[in-house]
Ligand binder design. Structure first.
Ligand SMILES: [Zn+2]
Length: 151
């Protein structure tokens, strides 16, 4: 953070205020050179990879799409919002930690399915049925058998 008075780049945080509605954090800083005190509004920036779609086009990573997909998978379940939030965070953490530059949309689907499979099989099946476009009830039953036989 550049001091507004002398332009020195190093400052010390002297106070951190509540998180504002925008998601930014207000900090009070003191310049290590001239001692000038000033405020900063800092925004947390998360770096997500670019998504490569099935048709090869690229688009920005859309967190909302993941949330919507998960909401559909958990429909009508009790306490759904907390579960979704928990899994949503896991998915995002996995994407951020494993992919720096680009990610295929299929890989996002696989991450979601792996995490769902480990935590909620009904939601997993519901998600997989949409994601994999199961055509018939047989496909669905087949996938269900695959899961059941692992236990
Ligand atoms: Zn200064």
């Amino acid at each position: 953070m550049k001091c507004p008075r002398c332009g020195h780049l190093e400052s010390k945080v002297t106070d951190t205020r509540a998180i504002l509605h925008s998601g930014s954090v207000r900090r009070r800083r003191m310049c290590l050179d001239c001692g000038h005190r000033f405020f900063t509004n800092e925004i947390v920036c998360e770096e997500y990879p670019t998504v490569i779609k099935r048709d090869g086009r690229e688009e920005g990573f859309d967190k909302k799409k993941i949330k919507i997909g998960l909401m559909k998978a958990f429909k009508k379940c009790i306490g759904v919002e907390e579960r979704v939030e928990e899994i949503y965070k896991k998915v995002l953490a996995e994407v951020v930690s494993a992919y720096v530059d680009k990610i295929k949309s299929e890989a996002i689907g696989s991450i979601i399915m792996e995490i769902l499979k480990a935590s909620d099989q009904v939601a997993y099946l519901r998600f997989a049925s949409v994601y994999k476009n199961f055509e018939t009830a047989d496909d669905f039953a087949c996938e269900f058998k695959k899961i059941s036989s692992k236990e």
